[in-house]
Design a protein around this ligand. Structure first.
Ligand code: PLP
Length: 622
């Protein structure tokens, strides 16, 4: 269990019991549930792998943690205003997630951030608490602005954050026409840059936000229209997953200078929104590596609060309501992707003969003797010879001068030699780069019942590292080294970068499969961005999603179950009409009856199977 670093990345939400099962720990209570028990309970309810499992308790706990950490920082520093969180809907738009944030978050007045009309419609329909904010980012047309103004009219604190100068004209026109005063914010383009993958969200070349000159123009225009009183919020977003706290401090400091500048221009202000960026320690390293973070939640909050306080106090400016838009840090922990392993391809050599026949091919005789002579001092030489003789034999096979069986034997000998060389590498004094790649070349391939493109798109798109581990058998030593392949027909559909033992590795230690038992793997901290960005590669659809609430007595309730897309669903996404598809196949089968290739009973069986498949899950079903 410590191999997989649960204690490092799990933020105390996961632990391993004596029976080798990974358990979900309910924060602050002595209650935990083995994840395999939840899998078993899903099976009883007809919910098939792969599944996204959401633990509602963890989502609630994250909402509390972020809000109370800011409150602690405010209390300890004597900051003179309050905190308001808003959750950016784009990070996880799933209905249950948003409903839970709106519902549980109400006690902290946690609001929502919308980046499009569709997201604004979600926000307006979900928020019930008028002390919460709706922050509208993104590009806004007339319809978007009108919707936001109606929200304003019914008493919701809905801010339009101007991304471009041209949006202001639409906001002014709509608000005058409807007679509703808007709440306006400006997104500024900070010069401060951050480390990490999303460092282009800030800096001079960022595609987001107003330049300083455009900001002045916004202020001028608002003055001309006698609407400067509407300008109340400054917004900045330095980038997501900021691994280095020092970048956050300098970005917020720059934002404070802009805030002070806007106050000096006569804007009433009152709200400062520092955007997202609070990281998740996917690797558990607590360092400023891309997938980690060199700070904790309390440190994040104190840094921001103190920076605001110090820089605004110096200019005698009242403390604003502090707004942040944490997405990743709020939802990542609550979801995990669970899947079963369908098969394993290992690279172990087949049976090798103890002695060779007298008429054995010369190249095979050579390979046989190389295998007998592998020694810690001649590893490179044996490796070179194995490749040379194997490839020579393949060449002869090409030209019809070696048989299929000879080729198979030569390839098995080469694998046998590689295996012995790899086993002796730890004892070798010097290991060349090609030899050090050998364990990866020999790694098993574990075929997982999932689509990387649908469920873990960031692994494909941006080399994201997520913690991955078995959810059971953790009391057994994982003796195989593996890479993981998904079930799409795409060579990019594989995972061959893993983080454990404080480093990144090309293979993951896993257990050998046991005949007629399932082996389950979990990919953790996947609640942010993954469900939203996934696509239909090979027409593998949305997975089944299950939301579980763990009760104080350790029992659990399946609060939500969404069956994954059926084949008919995914066909309709790409404009097929399932009824027509069935009808077309019926015609094909009927023609086959007419031509005498099948009888009517066979036709009926085929049509039944076809219909069942249309209604079935897109993933592998046992
Ligand atoms: N706010 C804005 C404007 C964003 O673009 C993003 C995402 O990049 C976020 C908030 C959420 O960021 P994070 O998930 O890092 O909290």
């Amino acid at each position: 269990a410590s191999l997989y670093g649960v204690g490092d990345w799990g933020a105390d939400y996961f632990n391993v019991d004596d029976a080798g099962r990974l358990r979900v720990q309910v924060p602050g209570q002595e209650i935990s549930v083995p994840i395999v028990d939840l899998v078993e309970a899903m099976q009883l309810r007809g919910l098939e792998m792969p599944v996204v499992l959401r633990i509602e308790n963890l989502l609630d706990h994250r909402i509390s943690e972020i809000n109370t950490a800011f409150q602690r920082a405010i209390d300890s520093s004597g900051y003179n205003n309050h905190y308001r969180g808003v959750f950016p809907i784009k990070v996880n738009q799933q209905c249950h997630v948003i409903e839970e944030i709106a519902d549980f978050g109400q006690r902290y007045h946690h609001g929502l951030e919308a980046g499009s009309k569709a997201e604004l419609i979600i926000a307006m329909s979900q928020l019930r608490d008028y002390d919460s904010l709706i922050i509208c980012n993104g590009y806004k047309d007339r319809e978007f602005v009108e919707l936001g103004l109606y929200a304003r009219q019914i008493g919701i604190q809905c801010f339009f954050v101007l991304e471009t100068r041209s949006e202001l004209d639409i906001v002014i026109e709509c608000s005058k026409r409807l007679g509703i005063d808007p709440l306006i914010g400006t997104r500024i383009r900070l010069a401060s840059m951050v480390e990490g993958h999303w460092n282009e969200d800030s800096g001079d070349r960022s595609i987001f936000g107003l330049s300083t000159d455009s900001l002045i123009s916004v202020i001028e225009t608002l003055k001309q229209h006698e609407m400067l009183h509407c300008l109340q919020l400054l917004h900045c977003h330095l980038g997501s997953q900021i691994p280095n706290i020092r970048n956050i401090r300098s970005g917020v400091l720059e934002a404070c200078r802009f805030y002070a500048g806007m106050v000096a221009e006569g804007a009433p202000m009152g709200f400062l929104d520092v955007g997202g960026g609070l990281a998740v320690d996917y690797q558990g390293l607590r360092s400023n590596e891309t997938h980690s973070m060199n700070y904790g939640l309390d440190e994040y909050c104190i840094n921001i609060i103190e920076t605001l306080q110090e820089s605004l106090d110096a200019e005698g400016i009242p403390h604003p309501v502090l707004v942040s838009e944490s997405g990743r840090a709020l939802v990542a922990y609550s979801s995990m992707l669970l899947f079963n392993v369908l098969d394993v391809r290992d690279h172990r050599p087949g049976q090798l003969p103890a002695t060779l026949d007298d008429d054995a091919h010369d190249l095979i005789v050579n390979l046989h003797s190389v295998l007998d002579n592998v020694h810690v001092d001649n590893l490179q030489e044996c490796y070179n010879d194995a490749i040379y003789y194997r490839d020579e034999l393949r060449e002869m096979f090409h030209r019809g001068m070696a048989s299929l069986r000879e080729r198979a034997l030569a390839e098995n000998y080469a694998l046998g030699i590689f295996e012995r060389v790899a086993a002796l590498l730890p004892e070798a004094r010097r290991v060349s780069p090609e030899l050090s790649d050998l364990p990866v070349m020999l790694a098993d391939i574990y075929y997982g019942n999932f689509s990387l493109f649908q469920s873990l798109p960031d692994i494909w798109a941006i080399d994201q590292l997520f913690p991955i581990m078995p959810i059971h058998r953790l009391d057994e030593k994982p003796e195989r080294q593996a890479v993981i392949a998904d079930i799409t027909c795409d060579c990019d559909g594989k995972i061959d970068r893993f983080s454990y033992l404080g480093d990144t590795h090309s293979t993951l230690p896993l257990h050998p499969l046991v005949e007629s038992s399932e082996y389950y793997l979990g990919v953790f901290l996947v609640g942010a961005y993954q469900e939203t960005l996934g696509d239909l590669h090979n027409l593998f659809g949305d997975t089944t999603v299950v939301s579980v609430h763990i009760e104080p007595d350790g029992s659990f309730e399946f609060v939500r179950e969404f069956h994954g897309d059926s084949i008919a669903d995914v066909l309709s996404y790409v404009e097929y009409e399932p009824k027509n598809v069935l009808e077309q196949f019926r015609k094909v089968a009927e023609r086959a009856v007419r031509d005498g290739r099948i009888n009517v009973e066979e036709r009926q069986n085929m049509l039944r199977a076809f219909r069942d498949s249309l209604n079935g899950y897109t993933y592998f079903e046992r």
